[in-house]
Design a protein around this ligand. Structure first.
Ligand code: GLU
Length: 508
């Protein structure tokens, strides 16, 4: 019997979703879809002190925008609900008690002051930050050091306690990671992590293992930053459910900035979230603008994320989501960190702007225009303009500059590019050209162009000398498609108005 693939993304709702998080979602999603499996989203909100209002909704909105919606989640429901750990609180206690029963965990009654004292009392040169582990545990107040009767009394009296894992002293914990292959840890280096807190809530370590088991998770893909927690999870699997039932682990490489690890500081520049956040991210006040606001298309965003740490083994770089599903394989995920390069990210977006029909993103561009108070004409005209300039845009926000002048006269003209070579005969040319345009019955590109060229010949001026001023008058700067095509699009009235405005600026 083949077991259905079930993977999960398990964020803690503590802030926005950044590059690395979405890439974890993506690899989970691609793997699930490739194998006809399920993608589960579980909210790991057991640490109430780090809870951020709105963060869960933000995660859902991001996944929706990226087109990576889960099959099961607090929002979508499913056979293993609830999918929010805070709502599963009663589930975890029995597992913590089972561990105590088996001798793999114990009650600890130490107060915060006692823990503080332990950290200073046992501090030595060779152990500068003592932790609650095999070396220390027998000196503390717990069910390993206190008589059973005393433990019972304390619990019955309602004394606050936590449940800690009892890490074995000299064990090598090994497991096979799909990316790092054989990984091993010395159990003695890991502290006796708290599994159940004084408020009865499990910590992440217990909850992640219990829920992966109860939800039938077959593969657990998560960021490499969790690799150091893996030994605790492996032991919990061994003690509670047997290693045979454990999911296969894949710890995904870090995403690096241009100068190494993607730091918080780089974050504002390179690790920006998917969208702007409407709360203050506790990790940094600077993270306000996201990929969406920067003008990325979701298709490009997932494509570039897929390539951050994975390669298809071919030269192909542009992949649709369906192609990614077909081609994705965890064996091709690199072990070393993947460098995020903003210029390359823009390249992906540019390719996607070219590739997709403009109708796919016209509404997003409309929103950008509305935010800049650029007036809109009818839809047919709007789409025609987008078609005309799309090859010049790397980000959707580039449409503001590249298409805005089709809807309103440029606010400023790059006069400095014209003035040095401006003269009276050019002014006369444009005066005459306006009069000729006025007489034109058919406003079509070829008539606009031949009128211009014939008049230039008549006045004995090279047309090339006149086209730049015309472009600056119509567009504002030295960019855009063929200038006569622009005149054709904006119409007779706007063309003549803009030429006259330009003349008044250049002729002072
Ligand atoms: N709750 C963890 C996080 O916030 C999940 C880690 C895991 O996938 O095991 O990233």
């Amino acid at each position: 019997m083949t077991i259905k693939v079930r993977v999960r993304f398990a964020p803690s709702p503590t802030g926005g979703l950044h590059l690395g998080g979405v890439r974890t979602v993506l690899y989970n999603y691609l793997f699930a879809k490739k194998h006809g499996g399920d993608f589960i989203l579980r909210i790991e909100d057991t640490d109430q002190t780090r809870f951020v209002e709105g963060a869960e909704k933000y995660i859902f909105d991001c996944l929706k925008w990226c087109g990576l919606e889960p099959d099961e989640s607090p929002l979508h429901g499913g056979p293993c609900q609830p999918y929010r750990q805070s709502e599963r609180k009663p589930t975890y206690l029995q597992y913590a008690l089972q561990l105590i029963e088996q001798g793999n965990a114990y009650y600890a009654f130490d107060t915060p002051e006692e823990l503080e004292k332990m950290r200073s009392d046992y501090k030595t040169a060779e152990n500068p930050s003592p932790q609650y582990d095999a070396r220390i545990r027998m000196k503390m107040s717990n069910s390993l050091t206190l008589p059973a009767q005393k433990v019972k009394e304390l619990i019955d009296a309602g004394t606050r306690y936590v449940i800690r894992i009892k890490m074995p002293e000299n064990e090598t914990i090994r497991f096979d990671d799909l990316i790092h292959h054989e990984v091993s840890f010395d159990s003695g280096l890991v502290d006796d992590k708290v599994l159940l807190k004084a408020d009865g809530m499990p910590t992440y370590h217990l909850a992640v293992v219990v829920d992966d088991y109860l939800m039938g998770i077959t593969h657990a893909f998560r960021g490499e930053e969790w690799l150091s927690s893996a030994p605790v999870h492996i032991l919990l699997w061994k003690y509670l459910f047997g290693l045979g039932n454990m999911p296969q682990w894949a710890h995904l490489p870090l995403i690096l900035g241009p100068s190494g690890k993607l730091s918080k500081r780089d974050g504002a520049k390179y690790g920006f979230p998917v969208f702007a956040m409407n709360w203050t991210d506790p990790r940094s006040n600077e993270f306000t603008e996201g990929f969406k606001e920067k003008g990325f298309l979701p298709e490009a965003f997932i494509n570039l994320l897929a390539m951050l740490g994975w390669n298809s083994g071919t030269e192909q770089e542009i992949f649709t989501k369906e192609e990614l599903i077909k081609n994705f394989s965890i064996e091709r995920v690199h072990k070393s960190g993947a460098k995020f390069d903003f210029e390359k990210a823009k390249w992906f977006n540019q390719e996607w702007i070219k590739k997709l029909p403009v109708t796919n993103y016209a509404d997003s561009v409309k929103e950008l225009f509305a935010a800049k108070n650029i007036p809109l004409k009818d839809d047919t005209y709007f789409i025609e303009v987008l078609e005309l300039v799309k090859d010049r845009c790397a980000l959707l926000t580039d449409f503001i500059e590249q298409a805005g002048y089709f809807f309103q006269a440029p606010a400023e003209l790059d006069a400095a590019s014209v003035m040095p070579k401006w003269n009276e005969s050019k002014k006369e040319f444009f005066d005459q050209y306006c009069q000729d345009l006025e007489q034109l019955n058919e406003w079509d590109v070829s008539s606009i162009e031949s009128l211009f060229k014939n008049l230039a010949t008549e006045k004995n001026i090279k047309p090339g000398e006149l086209q730049l001023p015309l472009r600056i008058m119509l567009v504002g700067g030295k960019f855009g498609p063929a200038v006569f095509e622009i005149a054709g699009m904006i119409g007779k009235v706007a063309t003549i108005e803009r030429i006259n405005k330009g003349l008044s600026i250049f002729t002072q």
